[in-house]
Design a protein around this ligand. Structure first.
Ligand SMILES: *[C@@H]1O[C@H](CO)[C@@H](O)[C@H](O)[C@H]1NC(C)=O
Length: 359
């Protein structure tokens, strides 16, 4: 029964989004209805090529739906101490951070991480046998050799090539080909994101042979935790390169000749970022009013930087924590519940009336 199956597929992301209200991607609610045609016609923000892929691979859409929550959480983790903390994404009812209207560094990061997220989600779904169109990597068969000797490829190697192919077809379909600067930037960052996932494939092995002597090994390739990709893209975000489109509209040149030319792994952007201090939908900024800041830090999360010099409010809250923990032989730790009183600092809102009018 198709209706039932779709119900199950889409119940999972629904639950996920329920638990993380910041990522209300309401387009998934559409999925609860009948056929894949109906479903795909109701996912907002898909271009026609993406609708075709959706109809051909409805089960892949479910994997991508789970991925949205994962890469949004990863983005929010990486930016947790920054004024822009990735929360603007929930304004966007389509799949990928369209809401960051400027072609800024943050935008470059969002495109890269969401494209990486699709690779990751599709590849994992392949290995778990959830997609009809792919399975474990068929090329990883037979025997091979490394510095520890011979081994057999066995088990299920993650089919990241399929994930990359699918992500390229699906995510890049959104961009107009041709002399469109923004499309060129997005395509570049999408590719950097796809390549990032491939960096963190690791060989995992299991030893056989006499009492684990490891004379016989079976190995497979597995993707590392998505955090690795997130950390890597975060470093690329910090080293992102500002570019301008070249004369014939086919590529970039670096904006400031003192900096190196971007490689395929680098993130590129055109416009400098807004300061994200005040709420401004036009640039994808929520502002920092009400954000928690750290009074003792000297970094981006310090009250001075986070609150943009507007000052902050301090409130005293009490919360329960585990304390006076004792180790009991053997092997348990027993703790008491203690009431802890802490000061929480939150940024003041700007005073100008212009801000009120804009919200
Ligand atoms: C605040 O910043 C200090 C210094 O960087 C750090 O040691 C501390 O853990 C931070 N506190 C919180 C609550 O993040």
């Amino acid at each position: 029964n198709m209706n039932f199956r779709f119900g199950i597929w889409f119940a999972v992301p629904l639950i996920l989004f329920w638990e993380t209200p910041e990522v209300t991607s309401s387009w998934w609610y559409m999925g609860v209805v009948g056929s894949s045609r109906v479903m795909c016609d109701n996912v907002p923000g898909l271009v026609s090529r993406q609708r075709q892929l959706c109809q051909r691979h409805p089960e892949a859409m479910r994997s991508i739906g789970l991925g949205v929550a994962e890469w949004t959480a990863e983005c929010q983790h990486q930016f947790r101490q920054h004024r822009w903390n990735c929360n603007t994404l929930h304004w966007d009812r389509s799949l990928f951070g369209r809401v960051l209207l400027r072609s800024s560094r943050e935008s470059a990061f969002v495109y890269a991480i969401s494209s990486a997220g699709v690779v990751f989600a599709i590849t994992r779904a392949c290995s778990q046998g959830e997609l009809k169109s792919c399975s474990c990597d068929p090329k990883k068969k037979g025997s091979a050799k490394d510095n520890k000797g011979h081994f057999d490829w066995g088990g299920c190697s993650d089919n990241v090539d399929y994930g990359v192919k699918f992500a390229r077809a699906f995510v890049d379909a959104k961009e107009r080909k041709g002399k469109d600067a923004r499309a060129l930037m997005n395509l570049h960052n999408n590719r950097a994101g796809r390549k990032a996932v491939k960096r963190f494939l690791k060989q995992e092995c299991k030893c056989h042979g006499v009492s684990g002597s490891c004379t016989l090994r079976t190995c497979w390739l597995a993707m590392a935790d998505f955090r690795k990709t997130g950390d890597y893209l975060w470093r690329k975000y910090n080293g992102a390169i500002q570019v301008v489109m070249n004369q014939d509209g086919t590529g970039f040149t670096v904006a400031n000749k003192k900096f190196k030319k971007p490689t395929k792994n680098d993130l590129v952007y055109f416009e400098s970022s807004p300061d994200y201090c005040i709420r401004d939908r036009d640039v994808g900024s929520l502002g920092t009013a009400g954000r928690v800041c750290n009074q003792t830090s000297h970094g981006m999360d310090s009250c001075e930087v986070m609150c943009c010099g507007r000052g902050y409010d301090t409130s005293r809250i009490s919360r329960m924590t585990k304390c006076e923990c004792k180790f009991h032989w053997c092997c348990a730790v027993r703790c008491q519940d203690c009431l802890e009183v802490v000061d929480v600092h939150t940024c003041k809102a700007p005073k100008s009336a212009g801000w009120i009018a804009r919200t």
